[in-house]
Design a protein. Sequence first.
Length: 475
Amino acid sequence: MRYLKCTTHSNNHDLGKLYIWLIVSVFCRVNDGRLSYTPRSIFVNYSEHSALVVRFIKQGQTVMDKVGKALGKFMEQRAGRNSLATFFLLGLVSCGGSTSGDEKNEPVNQAPVFTSDALFSRTDGVLETGYKAVATDNDGDQVTYSISGGSDALDFTIDGANGALSFVVKPEFVNPHDENNDNVYELEITATDTKQLSAKLTVEITIEGSQAIVTIPVVVHVLYLENTDHVTNISEEKILSQFDVLNQDFRKKNLDLNKVPAEFQDAIADTGIEFKLATIDPNGAQTTGITRTLDKTGGLFSDGKYYTAQGGHDAWPTNKYLNIWVYDSSDRNGNAAIYGTGQLPGGDPLTDGVTVDYRAFGTIEPLISSSQGHLGRTATHEIGHWLNLLHIGAGDSCDKDDGVSDTPNTSSHFSSHPVHPRASCGSNDMFMNFMATSVNDSEIVMFTQGQKQRIFAAFAQDESRSQLFNSNVSN
């Protein structure tokens, strides 16, 4: 599109020049004091344009309404003559235009656009909200974030570079300090690009209490050997028996809590975590939450179990599901070499999840003959790692700590059946904790309040765990 600066031909008695000016007036569109036209289409399709101008003029749509109709008749008589194109070209030139190739408008810079959610939830007692403001800029400009308003704006700080939002003071569910005292904190976040164009988003952060329940959808990838009738292709009943164990252990509903010594009774926690088989797959289709794949990974220590292309099964999106791979970890003697593994938050999303030997999964045969893995607590322990918990009795030094205040340090490894009291590092050992190592399934029976806090801190600090929490939390 071209732009012409219009000039006025006043007192012009030359009728030919006058109708040229009128034609230009019709074909030139006024745009902020400029006239735009497309010269090539005008000349190529002159007959059509001429007729159009005639119609406009006859309808009296020009500035000079009274002379328009007379000029229209004049043009009808002279339409198609070559001289008109010449005069028309001169008219365009007189308006300041040129006849070279089309020019393009310069692109207009656009403001950033928010893609992050406006509603978010988390539990109390942690500064990090787990929320990140995200805005995209179609012009490729760098975006910075700021808090620009809202009734609870002073309760927050934001990282200007990455949009991470934190509380100034740890929120308390029982003692809310938001404007309305309803545990819903409101603020406005502004995203600004380098050209100072900005967008605003009103965000609500809802604080859940200590009784918040997080129900995590789980997909179990069964990797079986030889054929579908093989013992490694475990039954759905066996899989469901493992979920019974998990939901008892993590919710303080297991029936063996009487094994906890009196000095540790007050520390026992209901973590508020529950597990269920996924009902919707990543494509939005109905699912049982169980995949079954012929194991072609080729060995005990192969990482192929995590990858479809290597004979295993790809993880489902780890910000939406807990992935559990159940497989055969047999050594050359046919014994389970590795009962299970659990990946801590922040690792490779392609391998993020838990692995369990098929004999240590659930409470239905086939089971490991050893009492260290026959009650389904291998999965409890490994999911504890997935939720950011470390080992109790992690080494030979009292300086090694699991980052939890109510789990006493220990300097020695445990036997399979330790007896209380057993002391190290100046206090009795909590060998009955689910995160103890080498202890029989029947002897590990509890999580602590401090471990619960560490779990929920992971929901705030790790992006994938945070998304899982926010999608599946309820009071």
